[in-house]
Write a protein that binds this ligand. Structure first.
Ligand SMILES: Nc1ncnc2c1ncn2[C@@H]1O[C@H](COP(=O)(O)OP(=O)(O)OP(=O)(O)O)[C@@H](O)[C@H]1O
Ligand SMILES: [Mg+2]
Length: 354
């Protein structure tokens, strides 16, 4: 299969990885002759020339291989797919997808916005806090063990386990075993700070940490919220969405006792049917509540497109892998941009908001 059309780049164009120049374009084939496996020639910061393929450069960008050892070959070939990456200033961002109502799109957003942020070059860690393990399964991880989950972090104040690496993301999976933490944390109130202190240990290792919380306002939600700087609040454009706001804000106010800095960073209207009677009115109520009550910006609504979201989840793939050119993938990309803007992260091709 031919590589996607690559832009004509000037010789000397920098290959960026997280703001660092890891190589520069040395020479390239005409666009029509570029393929993923065709050898290309890049210049390393040392000045040495190195063969690389389109696929290897992508892998390099995705951190799946180290910068190649220099080895001079021919000077005639080559290419380069240089994509700009997101720009971070300030430290790691930790966010919880928060809504105790079930089936509102929490996991779908954590997975697909997380994937798009990783595609933009950010180091993203997803933490599955739901004993249903939907996020874990939808990322195709079927064999997770309790030691890989947050169980020991909360129960025994252990360090975070080594994450799985899936689809360019890092994942701390969930198994059913973590359900017991709802009651054991209640009996051991000090444990509410365990996740927060372990998150402090990993500052600098990831750019964005996303907690996918369960459909409740109990301990597992509290552990995530207390460990987070920001909450992303998905609200479906129906009565359930609007009704969830009061109780969610009430509980968050209580968790502020443990972390005074938690703030709602973004409201995300979901499952929006623009032809459905009532959805427009609920969307307006959500937008008004975002402004006056939640005091957070409101993203553009994510349209209701059941088939593709469910099929991608069933296939164990992010939308961007399952249906890269679909409208749903564009929606996921748009929500990732809105999330990045709400966290002060500049995505490629955008200006960061003041
Ligand atoms: N924009 C969308 N349009 C249509 N269906 C969607 C959309 N986003 C998610 N879905 C589907 O809605 C269902 C619920 O989504 P999801 O599991 O992400 O919600 P949740 O809030 O995490 O649920 P739970 O509270 O059970 O964890 C899933 O089947 C998912 O595929
Ligand atoms: Mg979920």
């Amino acid at each position: 299969m031919n590589a996607p059309a690559l832009p004509e780049l000037p010789i000397g164009y920098p290959v960026l990885w997280r703001d660092e120049v890891v190589a520069t374009l040395y020479s390239h084939y005409p666009e029509s002759e570029r393929t993923p496996e065709r050898d290309c020639l890049i210049e390393l910061p040392s000045g040495d020339l190195e063969d690389a393929t389109y696929s290897e450069l992508q892998a390099l960008r995705d951190r799946e291989m180290p910068v190649p050892e220099p080895e001079i070959e021919s000077e005639t070939d080559l290419l380069l797919p240089v994509r700009e990456t997101a720009k971070m200033t300030g430290g790691m961002r930790t966010v919880t997808i928060a809504n105790h109502a079930g089936g509102v799109g929490k996991t779908s957003i954590a997975l697909n916005a997380g994937y798009e942020l990783a595609q933009a070059g950010l180091r993203v860690l997803l933490i599955d806090m739901d004993s249903q393990g939907s996020l874990t399964q939808w990322l195709g991880v079927k064999d997770a063990q309790v030691d890989e989950t947050i169980f020991n972090v909360i129960e025994h104040d252990a360090p975070l386990p080594q994450p799985r690496h899936v689809w360019g993301l890092d994942l701390i999976p969930a198994t059913r075993d973590i359900a017991v933490l709802e009651s054991s944390t209640f009996l051991n109130p000090g444990a509410i700070m365990n996740m927060r202190s372990r998150i402090e240990d990993i500052r600098g290792r990831w750019d964005v940490v996303i907690f996918d919380s369960p459909p409740s306002l109990g301990a597992l939600f509290g552990l995530s919220a207390v460990a987070s700087d920001a909450l992303l609040i998905p609200l479906p454009t129906n009565a359930k969405g609007v009704e969830a706001i009061d109780s969610l804000l009430g509980v968050v106010a209580k968790y502020r006792k443990f972390n005074p800095l938690i703030r709602p960073a973004l409201v995300i209207p979901t499952m929006y049917g623009n032809r459905r009677k009532g959805d427009q009115a609920f969307l307006e109520k959500i937008q008004a509540a975002a402004q006056s009550q939640i005091e957070a910006p409101c993203a553009d609504p994510i349209p209701d497109r059941p088939a593709v979201w469910q099929d991608a989840a069933a296939a164990g793939q992010p939308l961007g892998v399952f249906a890269p050119y679909s409208d749903a993938t564009k929606d996921a990309r748009a929500v990732a941009h809105a999330i990045a803007a709400s966290l002060g992260i500049q995505m490629p091709g955008t200006e960061v908001e003041a």
